[in-house]
Design a binder for this molecule. Structure first.
Ligand code: UT7
Length: 331
């Protein structure tokens, strides 16, 4: 079967996870919840939480260093650093510039990309476009999320779902190789923004004592609506991306979906026709790390030998915006 010729390939991956493990039982000591509720509704058993000294730039730089070491890339060789985050360390400048300074990537264009949980796939697609138009040889895609800083720890329906962490990938032009991004499909729908958002704290309703009092600068989510949209959108995007790649579900060696909820993953895999023994799951250990979930999972799956030379990998993501998408790679 003829596959499209890839324009860019992931040559290495890396991850950074904070040391502190917080279990469901730990949370149950602080709020009205239980391991039974969280595990049965979501599949999550624990998550990592970064301490005050560890911010998004530090986690991102940690993941990026691991990816650059594997690829044998020096900081000065990086032409573009795209950092996806929903939890920037500051409003100005970008967290990408802080990570660039930490890494010493002095020749890189650096900027943040905000597409929530879909950020890694969005950023890869931007890197692919930059590289294939000849503007650089090395792209560093970093997804880093300190979700613990933006969840409302008084809202048990959302705070138990998220965790902190970072993942990264070094991307290069495919230069005629058969490895790389075979196809992708990315979409967004801002009409559904209020299903998952932070109502205040930006320019629409700047931070003040009233916002703090109402806690409206923190995440608010309509869980059930998000759930329904997530399954539908990820399944549809996976289907389109596979079709564009000239492949079917049977060709997929591993699916690496966004890790929001085990039931969402199961339903998406079922719709896509991919059995669960070919789906990578780590949300039991890390919860939902927004855009960091996919690159952390990819890095673990490569380390475990689940992705090898020639493996066909399908990834699908969904998140605030709403944003969603899918991508197919040959490794
Ligand atoms: O990256 C994308 C981001 N987000 C997502 O993907 C989230 C998608 N949505 C979901 O995963 C699910 O909707 C949740 C896991 C968030 C919630 O599951 P649900 O089955 O939709 O539960 P629910 O929100 O309808 O709540 C059911 C009950 C409620 O009690 P009542 O009203 O039935 O008495 C909640 O108050 O569960 C209660 N509840 C909890 N109980 C114990 C909500 N959170 C908790 C909790 N512990 N942490």
């Amino acid at each position: 079967m003829n596959h499209p010729s890839p324009l860019a390939e992931i040559v290495s991956t890396g991850r950074y996870l904070p040391d502190c493990v917080v279990t469901n039982d730990d949370l149950a000591k602080r709020m009205d919840t239980s391991d039974e509720w969280i595990a049965s509704r979501t599949g999550i058993r624990s998550r990592r939480i970064a301490g005050p000294e560890v911010n998004a730039a530090i986690m991102g730089a940690g993941a990026a260093r691991a990816a650059m070491d594997e690829a044998g890339v020096d900081p000065g060789e990086v032409d573009i650093l795209i950092l996806s985050t929903a939890t920037p360390d500051r409003w100005l400048p970008s967290t990408a510039c802080d990570a660039q300074a930490l890494l010493g990537c002095g020749n890189a264009v650096a900027f943040d990309l905000m597409a929530a949980c879909s950020g890694f796939l969005y950023a890869l697609s931007m890197a692919e476009g930059y590289l294939c138009t000849g503007r650089g040889e090395v792209a560093l895609v970093v997804s880093t999320e300190k979700m613990s800083a933006i969840v409302d720890w008084e809202d048990r329906a959302t705070c138990v779902l998220f965790g902190d962490g970072a993942g990264a990938a070094v991307v290069r032009p495919a230069n005629g190789s058969s490895r790389g991004i075979l196809a992708s499909h990315l979409r967004s729908d801002g009409h559904l923004a209020n299903l998952l958002y932070r109502p205040s704290g930006g320019t629409v309703e700047p931070m003040d004592a009233d916002v703090l009092e109402r806690r409206s600068h923190l995440i608010r989510m309509e869980g059930r609506e998000v759930f329904k949209n997530a399954v539908r959108s990820m399944a549809e995007a996976s289907d389109i991306a596979l079709r564009r790649a000239g492949l079917t579900a049977a060709d997929v060696d591993l699916m690496v979906p966004h890790q929001a909820n085990f039931r969402i993953i199961e339903a998406t895999a079922k719709y896509s026709g991919i059995p669960m023994d070919r789906v990578y799951v780590n949300l039991d250990r890390f919860g939902n790390m927004s855009s960091a979930s996919i690159p952390v999972a990819l890095d673990e799956a490569r380390e475990q030998g689940l992705i090898g030379d020639g493996s066909i990998v399908l990834s699908a993501a969904f998140g605030a915006g709403l944003t969603w998408g899918a991508m197919v790679w040959r490794f």
